[in-house]
Design a protein around this ligand. Structure first.
Ligand SMILES: NC(=O)c1ccc[n+]([C@@H]2O[C@H](COP(=O)([O-])OP(=O)(O)OC[C@H]3O[C@@H](n4cnc5c(N)ncnc54)[C@H](OP(=O)(O)O)[C@@H]3O)[C@@H](O)[C@H]2O)c1
Length: 270
């Protein structure tokens, strides 16, 4: 039995993954911003698992809340931490404050947690969640990001998740026990009673199919408990419903350093 933390485990993919780990006999810690919502979610989890699931209040966009989360696990011998919590604001809601908040939650929060957990447990398996499946480094135009005011809708989300992709390589260089996960494009809440829908682009064709819960559970399971690496749902139709693992090209050192330098200089931190 492994002890597994899933941030943002109160809905969507995080909750689906939590259920999957519980079904396989593991002890699961889910976090979210709201205790009331957390307790309500715990009540929906099948009673046979209730002794193995815990909720922790946590806001990934706040430095002190991240520190509190880390101190909660100081003596718990955690095996896996899945940094799943993330936000994407609606496209009507654009502007610099939304941009800062998105970057703070999706990037700086994850970075702070991943570094601190690694210091606490050097062998901990850490799982980062990105958004676009890739085979080579992203090419982001920082000039459009910095000087477009207000920002183009959703660009801040893309930037925050591309930075997670690069964080993966930065941490790999430092010897982290790491997986990067691209869960596919899913209309959440996939753990609600409504039929989940997944949209996927194959060449120029948008495909829509259902269900996805078990596949998401499998994907998170592979990233968390099998060998480290990059996992993506892309192409799983060809794999007859089984999630597949894709190879990922390591960016050139020059590209990676320049990119991370730009990120550290230009993107607001806590
Ligand atoms: N759905 C997709 O198509 C898709 C595609 C690619 C990548 N992803 C990534 O997969 C992850 C999960 O996505 P999802 O679609 O399952 O999202 P979701 O249904 O919106 O769930 C997000 C979770 O994150 C938590 N959360 C939000 N803001 C937080 C904060 N500031 N601090 C702590 N927890 C916070 C939420 O909990 P509370 O509300 O209780 O705080 C919730 O449990 C995200 O990182 C997302 O970017 C999703």
């Amino acid at each position: 039995m492994k002890k597994i933390l899933i941030t943002g485990g109160t809905s969507g993919l995080g909750l689906a993954a939590a259920i999957s780990f519980l079904e396989k006999g593991h002890e699961v810690y889910i976090s979210g911003r709201n205790t009331k919502k957390g307790q309500e979610v715990l009540e929906t989890i099948p009673s046979q698992y209730c002794e193995r699931v815990h909720f922790i209040e946590h806001n990934q966009g706040e430095k002190s809340s991240n520190e509190k989360l880390i101190s909660y696990f100081k003596d718990l011998q955690l095996d896996v931490a899945i940094f799943n919590a993330g936000v994407q604001f609606p496209k009507e809601k654009v502007g610099n404050s939304v941009c800062s908040e998105t970057i703070r939650i999706n990037y700086w929060g994850v970075r702070q947690l991943a570094v601190a957990f690694h210091e606490l447990y050097p062998n901990l398996r850490e799982v980062l969640v990105t958004s676009m499946a890739r085979e080579k480094p992203p090419h982001l135009d920082f000039s459009s990001f910095l000087f477009h005011n207000p920002l183009r809708p959703r660009l801040e989300y893309k930037v925050s998740k591309e930075m997670i992709y690069l964080l993966y390589f930065e941490f790999l260089k430092q010897g982290y026990n790491l997986s990067l996960l691209h869960p596919g494009v899913i209309k959440t809440n996939i753990y609600s009673s409504e039929a989940p829908t997944i949209y996927r682009l194959f060449n120029n064709l948008v495909t829509k199919f259902t269900p996805i819960k078990e596949q998401i559970g499998d994907l998170y399971y592979m990233a968390a408990l099998s060998e480290p690496g990059y996992y993506a749902l892309d192409g799983f139709l060809e794999m007859r419903g089984k999630p597949c693992r894709k190879p990922l090209k390591y960016p050139k050192k020059r590209e990676l350093d320049a990119y991370l330098e730009a990120v550290d200089k230009e993107i607001p931190c806590f």
